[in-house]
Design a protein around this ligand. Structure first.
Ligand code: TRP
Ligand code: SF4
Length: 439
């Protein structure tokens, strides 16, 4: 981040090497220390390395010392002139630098949720699990936004609900293992740049294009009770605001479910239009269709959803979990225990497949088909397995529930960090749009 004054990106790498070699040959040993640090700059300049800047400087210093010493030793023992030796060693160092750069260049990943309710096991298998895995892989620079502004687009008459759920969602994140040290978690409304960008982008998208967006279209049809015959400007335009969410953070990867694809497509269109009018500034994001699965509701509905009342929440108590599992839809043809059942149409069997061992699942299916299994016992076994599965999450959540100030602090820190990132992008955008007055 410290190198932002110099536009190092534009310096041609080869040119740097040549200059470095010439300077090194002429000033020799003192030069090599200096120049090797400089060589590392173009590599360090890439935007995604910002997070690792401290590590990077350490590398630069160590490499310089190492190359200086090796050069000295080799030329001393083999009686070669220092000049060619330095050139060779610098060359090697330079390539090592490039290799390290490639390793450190972490792609920024952006995801988010609308804070309209606590998160459930559908969210867990659908996205949270992947987010934690990506975080732990260390290969990405993940950002997660709690999309309160977007939540208001169809909950504008219910601000209490949105506000309350910002913290609930944060606690869900923390309890599944998202770590604010590794993943930047922030509140959307506290990043004014996102709102600003939304205004800028609104010139780059037509009303009819928004009306044709399949996701928006479906949602408007579903939300007749909120919007009646005519949808609000804000709701129709939320894809524009989502494009701002992504681009303000130069999000490169956006892992989403299928239903979100049209939103990413719309974002790409906005990016292309922006770049063609104002010059190459924005990064076109890439949607990553997660291989994680959408899980069905307890009632057999294709989707588990808070509004459908068929969800098991990460924060549900063991009693509630048992109660919910007991009400799950089973094979309707089974009335007595020795009726032969069909686990393929039973939600209990479906969840056994997710929460029980493969062995257990196999036994469930076999016994059910043979009419050797009672549904009540089958459900109790499942409930216990779900309770066990969610135990660490529930315990971690309890820890945070008892420490609301800590949750707030973590939210605040993440938001502050996100603001800095967004401000940097905004600077570039305003410059491209010639809105950089008094700079
Ligand atoms: N639309 C997403 C949802 O309903 C939430 C969201 C808002 C989002 N902004 C985003 C997702 C940016 C990915 C990237 O779940
Ligand atoms: Fe479903 Fe289990 Fe009953 Fe079979 S025995 S119908 S799998 S609950």
């Amino acid at each position: 981040a410290k190198s932002k004054g110099i536009n190092v990106k534009k310096i041609d790498n080869i040119f740097v090497v040549l200059i470095a070699i010439i300077v090194m040959i002429s000033i020799r040993w003192i030069g090599i220390l200096l120049i090797n640090s400089l060589l590392i700059l173009p590599a360090a300049a890439s935007r995604n390395v910002a997070n690792n800047m401290r590590k990077y400087h350490l590398f630069a210093v160590l490499f310089s010392l190492f190359s200086g010493l090796t050069g000295l030793i080799i030329s001393y023992y083999f009686n070669v002139g220092a000049g060619p030796m330095i050139v060779i060693i610098s060359g090697i160092i330079y390539f090592v630098t490039l290799l390290i750069k490639r390793k450190m260049e972490k792609k920024r990943v952006l995801t988010g949720d609308r804070p309209t309710g606590r998160l459930h096991i559908g969210h867990y298998f659908g996205s949270l699990k992947t987010r934690v895995e990506m975080q732990e892989s260390g290969k990405y620079d993940p950002y997660i936004l709690i999309a309160d502004v977007q939540a208001l687009t169809d909950n504008f008459n219910n601000p209490d609900k949105v506000r309350k759920n910002v913290r609930e969602v944060m606690m869900d994140y923390l309890s599944v293992g998202l770590d604010p040290q590794k993943t930047t978690i922030y509140i959307q409304s506290m990043i004014p740049e996102v709102a600003e960008l939304t205004v800028f982008y609104s010139n780059l998208v037509t009303i009819s294009r928004l009306q044709r967006n399949p996701t928006v279209k479906t949602e408007i049809a579903q939300k007749k009770e909120i919007f009646g015959e005519s949808v609000t400007y804000g709701f129709l335009g939320y894809p524009v605001s989502q494009a701002a969410d992504i681009t303000a953070f130069e999000g490169a990867l956006v892992p989403v479910g299928e239903d979100q694809l049209p939103l990413i497509e719309q974002c790409k269109e906005i990016v292309r239009k922006f770049n063609s009018i104002y010059g190459e500034t924005l990064i076109e994001p890439e949607a990553v269709l997660s291989n994680s699965k959408r899980i069905k509701g307890l009632d057999g509905n294709e989707k588990m959803g808070k509004s459908l009342g068929n969800a098991i929440y990460l924060s549900d108590s063991p009693e509630i979990i048992t109660q919910k599992v007991m009400s799950a839809v089973t094979d309707p043809n089974r009335i007595r225990k020795d009726d032969k059942g069909n686990p393929d149409i039973c939600m209990v069997a479906y969840y056994h497949n997710l929460f029980s061992t493969q062995e257990e699942y196999k036994t469930v299916c076999e016994e059910c088909r043979a009419g050797e299994r009672g549904c009540v016992a089958c459900k109790k076994q499942l409930a216990n397995n779900i309770i066990e599965f969610l135990k660490p999450i529930r315990e971690k959540r309890k820890y945070y529930e008892e420490r609301p100030e800590l949750v707030d602090k973590l939210l605040m820190e993440g938001t502050e960090k996100a603001r800095k990132t967004a401000a940097q992008t905004m600077k570039k955008i305003k410059k491209a749009m010639k809105l950089d007055y008094f700079e």
